[in-house]
Write a protein that binds this ligand. Structure first.
Ligand SMILES: C[S@@+](CC[C@H](N)C(=O)[O-])C[C@H]1O[C@@H](n2cnc3c(N)ncnc32)[C@H](O)[C@@H]1O
Length: 379
């Protein structure tokens, strides 16, 4: 017998010593003898015959299924084996139930909770559903659950770090304000980087988007805030020029700073700025931001955080990675980076200045279409 060609289940997990009563080759052969649509019998074989042996050898169920499904010649992918296993585990009595088997396969593989599976089964029996009715109901309920989850906090919460919002939430900020940030972006930043009781300061408040969020969303109403701007758009915003006077707050008093500086601090490459070379643009940027970041450091409590909106740019002929530059400045002051989210611009919102330059100077310029929200923590 070609013993050495056979890989035992035990050999796939070398720490487990007991000898294998069957080989993976034999197991694959047995599995392949099932019809591809014979889900329940395949599930029964896995649950009743394979798993007890595997468990005795100290293997987890998914480990066995992964090992078998990656074996050459197996006709079932892991997902299919898993579904069959679930199907039989949940409905070993499927043949005695009231609905056609396909209903139970869908319930077993699409609905995790027993209680909900039972509810769907009851509705399907009582209301004489077709399989399409069941699938539609499960799909609609899942969609509603996701929307519910996302709007639980009163805004569109993002779970991953690309934050795109086609339309700014009309509740936050002033509609015609140039440079207004979609409120959903600030709400996500507040969600991830602030906590209950925090004191928050926005030194470039613009149209007061941050204040609108903190004033109106109950999830944030236990945070206090202050907003400043060189040109206040409403009475909640205090007039202040950060470059001239810093931020008039006590040292070590702030938990979170949100910095959305004006575009002109980085977009120095329009035709009107012909005289300014890229070195000068960078030096100008570093000078400004060194001061701003030092001021942030002064205001923040130890462990406090600061988020800053930054975007790479071309200055005359050279690319300047402003997010990278600002990161260096924060790191130089001992800050640790704790977050980065990408905020692609909405369609029609792109910075157009650079395109003119590329035509004028005959060079190819890849303009930026994505801002970054960088977050740092004070030591
Ligand atoms: C990009 S906007 C901020 C938009 C704001 N986040 C919003 O959603 O409405 C930048 C703001 O910085 C302000 N600003 C520019 N230079 C400033 C300075 N030296 N000190 C304080 N604010 C300044 C501008 O008046 C502008 O309102």
């Amino acid at each position: 017998m070609a013993q050495k060609a056979k890989k035992s289940i035990a050999s796939a997990k070398r720490t487990v010593v007991p000898p294998s009563p069957f080989s993976v080759d034999d197991l694959v052969k047995e599995l392949n003898s099932f019809n591809v649509d014979n889900y329940w019998d395949l599930g029964r074989f896995l649950v009743d015959k394979v798993m007890p042996v595997a468990r005795k050898q100290g293997m987890f169920e998914d480990q066995v299924l992964k090992m078998v499904s990656s074996h050459p010649g197996i006709k079932f992918p892991f997902s299919m084996l898993k579904q069959c296993q679930q199907y039989y585990s949940y409905y070993p009595d499927v043949k005695k139930r009231l609905l056609p088997e396909v209903f139970y396969f869908d319930l077993a593989t699409k609905v995790d909770e027993t209680r909900r599976r039972d509810q769907y089964e009851k509705m399907a029996v009582d209301q004489h559903w077709t399989i399409s009715d069941l699938r539609k109901k499960i799909h609609d309920d899942e969609t509603a659950r996701r929307i519910d989850e996302r709007t639980k906090y009163g805004f569109d919460l993002r779970e991953r770090n690309v934050w795109t919002f086609e339309n700014p939430d009309p509740r936050f900020g002033k509609t015609n304000f140039k440079g207004r940030m979609p409120g959903q972006l600030i709400a996500n930043a507040l969600y991830y980087y602030t906590k209950s009781g925090d004191y928050i300061v926005d030194p470039f408040a613009g149209s007061g988007t941050l204040g609108d969020i903190l004033d109106s969303l109950p999830h944030f109403n236990d945070r206090k805030y202050k907003m400043y701007d060189v040109n206040p758009a409403d009475e909640r915003i205090i007039r202040n020029n950060i470059l001239l006077t810093g931020i008039p707050e006590q040292s070590g008093s702030v938990d979170y700073l949100f910095l959305d500086p004006p575009a002109e601090y980085t977009q120095k490459d329009s035709s009107s700025d012909f005289g300014l070379g890229s070195d000068a643009a960078k030096a100008d940027f570093i000078l400004k931001f060194k001061g701003i970041i030092r001021e942030c450091s002064r205001l923040l409590k130890s462990g406090g955080k600061v988020s800053i909106v930054m975007e790479p740019a071309f200055a005359i002929t050279e690319f300047i990675d402003y997010p990278a530059e600002v990161t260096i400045l924060f790191r130089d002051l001992g800050f640790k980076q704790v977050g980065k989210a990408y905020m692609p611009r909405r369609s029609g919102e792109s910075m157009t200045k650079n395109q003119g330059i590329s035509e004028m100077r005959g060079i190819k310029v890849l303009s930026s279409d994505c801002r970054e929200l960088l977050t740092f923590q004070k030591p």
